[in-house]
Write a protein that binds this ligand. Structure first.
Ligand code: PLP
Length: 436
């Protein structure tokens, strides 16, 4: 496998050795838009959507694929995933309003969150979104109360904690109930929540949701999750007569950040989930299936590009190559040691390589973007591009050190359009009332 396969579809080296993403040379993009820069490939994003929608429409037609707004959202992304027939799962009023404004129809919007604000619930109720996912008993009661106040009925999924611990190749049923998310099945609280939901006038219980984790590379935990949801369904039907209209087994499909990662193909995930539902259900009643593939829809389509600045050599210890971005535009390495694949992007080099740590420019020793990576010998002004950077980079970006968050461009067949402009200092100053 070549490193370039971790980048958007069809990424190549141009004649001058520069990285070319979807027909656009990274060097030209940087001349026009500067760095740090997030570059997205429309073609790759659409292909990732279709990798889910096509197999699921054949194997389990009564289904919806949801895009995770938290992975990265702007109006252009929302329009593209909407055109591809996806719904959008959101976790805040701002995400919800942004996707609604981008034209996603309310029935295709879901609102998650372990502590939804009253205002957010009211917005969701007013918009008439498809589902509010009740994350706990309090949340459920609040949703019911606010819907009733508006003389309406909110469509609710209950987020359950099935006690599935997902490892790369296995899963175990742990009965683990210590999580800020969801309502535990093991201690009977989920059953209580179902009975409560069925009794509350302001809600219609549409079904069950359970998200078991992230970066899962094997299908078995997903099958275990479906099994747990169906076991619970059968138990609750016996107890209350209630059978869900919809089942939502969450997200967590693993994506490849490094060459050695195995990845999980959307086709095989869809196949296993659809087949498990069919196998585990005792008769022909088939609930609507809601899939939330999370980062796997957008991760590969995004590339982060940085310019090399200072290079600090500590003989026999380490070489630090500092770039003009860092934890303020991608906090994942500092937050939880996430690894990426990074390449020299403005030229190709067959010369000597060295192992370096690529440091960010923010005031934290832990602001290391790419630790111990092998790169050609670098000079100030070289460009570095990191693959699989489309998810949870820009969306978690901050103004730490009053950093100006990067620009984002979308490439479509060689043409770049700015979809988010670089912040200016005025954007930062705007929050100080009547000053600056
Ligand atoms: C409810 C829910 N669905 C989907 C996802 C997406 O997961 P990921 O991007 O890790 O695959 C998450 C992630 O936290 C989640 O909480």
């Amino acid at each position: 496998m070549s490193t370039l396969e971790l980048f958007p579809l069809g990424t190549v080296r141009g004649d001058d050795g520069a990285l070319v993403i979807d027909g656009a040379s990274v060097t030209d993009l940087v001349k026009q838009f500067g760095t740090p820069l997030y570059v997205y490939s429309e073609n790759t994003l659409r292909a990732s959507c279709r990798a889910y929608t096509q197999p699921i429409s054949e194997l389990y037609p009564d289904s919806t694929v949801m895009f995770a707004a938290k992975s990265y959202l702007d109006p252009t992304i929302a329009s593209i995933v909407g055109e591809e027939g996806l719904g959008v799962e959101t976790v805040s009023g701002s995400e919800m309003q942004t996707v609604h404004r981008a034209g996603i129809s309310p029935e295709l919007i879901t609102l998650h969150g372990n502590n939804k604000l009253i205002d957010e619930i009211d917005q969701a109720v007013d918009l008439g979104i498809g589902h509010l996912v009740a994350d706990g008993i309090d949340d459920l009661q609040l949703i019911a109360e606010r819907a009733q106040r508006s003389n309406t009925i909110a469509n609710v999924l209950l987020r359950l904690t099935p006690g599935i611990s997902a490892h790369t190749h296995e899963y175990i049923r742990t009965g683990e109930i210590d999580s800020k998310f969801g309502i535990p099945i093991a201690n009977g609280q989920a059953a209580d929540a179902v009975r409560l939901a069925l009794s509350l006038p302001g809600v219609k219980l549409v079904g069950y949701h359970a998200h078991i984790g992230s970066q899962i590379f094997d299908v078995n935990p997903f099958k275990g999750n479906i099994k747990a949801l169906i076991d619970f369904t059968i138990q609750m039907e016996a107890d209350t007569g209630y059978f869900p209209e919809a089942i939502s087994p969450g997200g967590g499909a693993g994506v490849r950040y490094e060459e050695q990662d195995s990845g999980l193909s959307p086709e095989s995930l869809v196949k296993e989930i659809a087949q498990s539902l069919i196998d585990y259900l005792p008769d022909t009643r088939r609930p609507h299936l809601i899939l939330e593939p999370g980062r796997s829809i957008i991760a590969r389509s995004g590339v982060a590009v940085y310019t090399v600045g200072t290079i600090k050599r500590i003989p026999e210890v380490r070489t630090y190559v500092a770039v003009d971005g860092g934890m303020a535009d991608n906090i994942r390495p500092a937050l939880y040691g996430a690894n990426y694949t990074v390449v020299l992007a403005n030229r190709n080099s067959t010369g000597p390589t060295e192992t370096v740590s690529v440091a960010g420019r923010y005031c934290e020793s832990g602001d290391i973007l790419f630790n111990n990576v092998t790169l050609p010998e670098l000079n100030r002004g070289d460009l570095l591009a990191s693959a699989t950077s489309g998810a949870y980079g820009m969306s978690m970006a901050s103004n730490y050190n009053m950093a100006l968050r990067p620009a984002v461009v979308m490439i479509d067949k060689g043409r770049a359009r700015l979809t988010r402009r670089r912040e200016t200092i005025q954007d930062i100053w705007n929050v100080f009332p009547n000053q600056y």
